[in-house]
Design a protein around this ligand. Structure first.
Ligand code: SIN
Ligand code: FE2
Length: 213
């Protein structure tokens, strides 16, 4: 018997300690994911939030799960109610949860149960500036990020804003997981280039699963 200590699932690229890229992982569930996404955004429409500084974000956002990430003049936070409707966010679809947990396990995070899924919709030109995900209470849980639709350039840096950036193109179905020593790495998305992606049209979607509470 040979024991390969470095055996990895096909398509797993380690990008930093505690961070990996799982190319195409969401493809096996894409139609169920797409249907679930449509249902969530029918209940909690995508909207452009304000930053605390009063700018309008270029990415349109919604959420599902017990908690949703919101930004407004008061700041960034997680809350149980959609500020547009004052109703709870839509439930986390079972297919979303299954994909997030599968990705976390493949990345080496065995007990990840997200309670928040932020949905980002990028139209041409929309971007997400370099930032850290640090509004979650317990940062021992990873971030699981699923890319759908048009490709985009993902920037993945270090723990300081000025650290060198890795740039990689994220394609439909790719999943990135970062946790452990990489949990607070800076990351962002460069302005989306125009294109058309079969049934998802002229957008990129991103699902970011977090354990917020
Ligand atoms: C995020 O940082 O919340 C989203 C990143 C992405 O759209 O890939
Ligand atoms: Fe982020």
């Amino acid at each position: 018997m040979t024991l390969d200590l470095f055996a990895q699932p096909a398509g797993k690229e380690i990008i930093a300690p505690g961070a990996c890229l799982l190319r195409g992982l969401a493809l096996a569930r894409e139609s169920a994911i797409w249907q679930a996404l449509q249902s969530v955004i029918a209940q909690a429409p995508l909207r452009h939030m304000q930053t605390p500084g009063g700018l309008t974000m270029s990415v349109a956002m919604s959420n599902c799960g017990p908690l949703g990430w919101v930004s407004d003049r008061q700041g960034y936070r997680y809350q149980a109610l959609d500020p547009l409707s004052q109703q709870p966010w839509p439930a986390m679809p079972a297919e979303f949860m299954a994909l997030a947990q599968q990705a976390a396990i493949l990345a080496g995070f065995a007990d990840f149960t997200p309670d928040a899924c932020l949905i980002n919709q990028y139209a041409v030109g929309a971007k997400l500036s370099l930032h850290q995900d640090k509004d979650e209470r317990d940062q021992s849980h990873p971030i699981v990020s699923v890319s759908l639709g048009l490709p985009a350039t993902f920037q993945f840096g270090g723990l300081q804003r000025s650290d060198k950036l890795l740039r990689t193109e994220l394609q439909h179905g790719d999943v990135v997981v970062w946790g452990g020593p990489s949990r607070l790495r800076y990351h962002g998305i460069l302005p989306l280039k125009s294109g058309t992606f079969s049934y998802m049209g002229t957008y990129r979607y991103n699902l970011t699963f977090r354990r917020a509470s």
